[in-house]
Ligand binder design. Structure first.
Ligand code: MG
Length: 170
């Protein structure tokens, strides 16, 4: 039973850190709606929100959230050693590890998440635009990719659920 307790602590902390960094679950649900409304005639925000909630129950997603946000926060506080401090603080375009961490989320519901992630990362709708605003003084080098990845994974889950797919075991 101890294992379950730990898991739920991990989930609570991941949810809290998202909220602390200004990301609401409805912000992510809006990204899912943005990605999926053209494929589902009567898609509701509550369906999008539900699938975001399900993605957040996954341990690898929780760990990606905590790892990414921790690095963002330390960079914001100028607490990392060089050259990593500058790389993350300035969101250097060739760094790429933020995307690698995001991929651990994208892949949770199969490879169609990849297409969704690539698309939303280019378009940057809704909250992704705000997270990419470098003038804020905040560092969201990891968080923008993580949020896009959660939306992409939730979109994949929604697509599998609609297709009644056996891949969906949770
Ligand atoms: Mg990034």
């Amino acid at each position: 039973m101890e294992k379950n307790t730990n898991q739920s602590e991990l989930e609570q902390q991941a949810r809290k850190w998202l909220a602390d960094r200004g990301v609401g679950l409805d912000d992510i649900a809006e990204l899912v709606f943005y990605l999926q409304s053209k494929y589902h005639d009567e898609l509701k925000m509550e369906d999008c929100r539900y699938n975001v909630e399900r993605v957040l129950t996954k341990r690898e997603v929780q760990n990606a959230i905590l790892t990414g946000i921790q690095l963002d926060v330390l960079a914001e506080q100028q607490k990392l050693d060089q050259p990593l401090q500058k790389t993350i603080d300035t969101d250097e375009s060739l760094y790429g590890i933020d995307e690698v961490i995001a991929l651990s989320i994208v892949n949770v519901y199969g490879s169609i998440g990849m297409t969704n992630y690539g698309y939303i990362d280019k378009q940057k709708p809704g909250i992704l635009k705000r997270l990419n605003d470098k003038s804020s003084g905040e560092v969201h080098t990891f968080l923008d990719d993580i949020v896009g990845a959660i939306a992409a994974a939730a979109s994949s889950r929604l697509a599998h659920a609609t297709a009644d797919d056996a891949l969906l075991d949770d």
